[in-house]
Design a protein around this ligand. Structure first.
Ligand code: DC
Length: 194
């Protein structure tokens, strides 16, 4: 049985960094599921068709990390047909030996509800805005508004909204260095593996 680590949390919480580090530490595969939604949003046309026909080239677009791509992703992510079209790929990814780390918004609640480790990575709005602004070379005030709008949409949508799974370990990275945040995540996984 492959081991699954499910990581969820709001934008720029540090979940991607933690997911990559865990995958490297345990020798697991890693899927940034946000990239799937970003690629669907960037592809244009009917979002459901874009999701059904998503290919490797779509995922390699250089513009997927922009704030605009994040907003577009959040908008199309509310469409149930889009989410349904991406289910199979995520399930197959999660079934790979020896294990997989998936990060997103609904991994522990919808995609892999039986994952033995669920992390909910979060940080204050201000810290997240500052991090994302530094990463993209953008204005922190504008970033804060953008992140809050995106979080609101991701939390309030009817299908697979961002929420804390009952059995998730919460990791607030507001006052943690990257090294400390990763160490805590590794410890949570080690506990679950016995
Ligand atoms: O993780 P990210 O910021 O790259 O995600 C971009 C958007 O995609 C996010 O605002 C909502 C959507 N998303 C989602 O609905 N479900 C996921 N599992 C991952 C991302």
């Amino acid at each position: 049985m492959p081991f699954i680590i499910a990581i969820d949390g709001p934008a720029a919480s540090g979940k991607g960094t933690i997911a990559r580090a865990l995958a490297a530490h345990f020798g697991f595969h890693h899927l940034d599921t946000g990239l799937l939604y970003r690629a669907v949003g960037a592809k244009g046309g009917d979002p459901a068709v874009a999701a059904q026909t998503l290919d490797a080239e779509d995922l390699a677009r250089p513009d997927l990390r922009s704030a605009e791509a994040g907003q577009a992703a959040s908008r199309i992510a509310a469409i149930p047909e889009v989410r349904a079209a991406l289910l199979d790929f995520q399930h197959r990814f999660a079934a790979q030996e020896p294990g997989a780390v998936l990060d997103g918004r609904d991994i522990g609640t919808v995609i892999c509800p039986d994952a033995p480790v669920k992390l909910y990575v979060t940080a204050s709005d201000q810290v997240r805005a500052q991090r994302r602004a530094a990463e993209l070379g953008a204005d922190p005030v504008q970033m804060l508004a953008e992140l809050q709008e995106r979080d609101r949409r991701d939390r309030d949508r009817a299908t697979a909204p961002l929420r804390l799974a009952e059995d998730a370990v919460v990791l607030d990275t507001s006052n943690l260095s990257i090294t400390d945040a990763i160490a805590r995540a590794v410890a949570a996984v080690d506990r679950a593996r016995g």
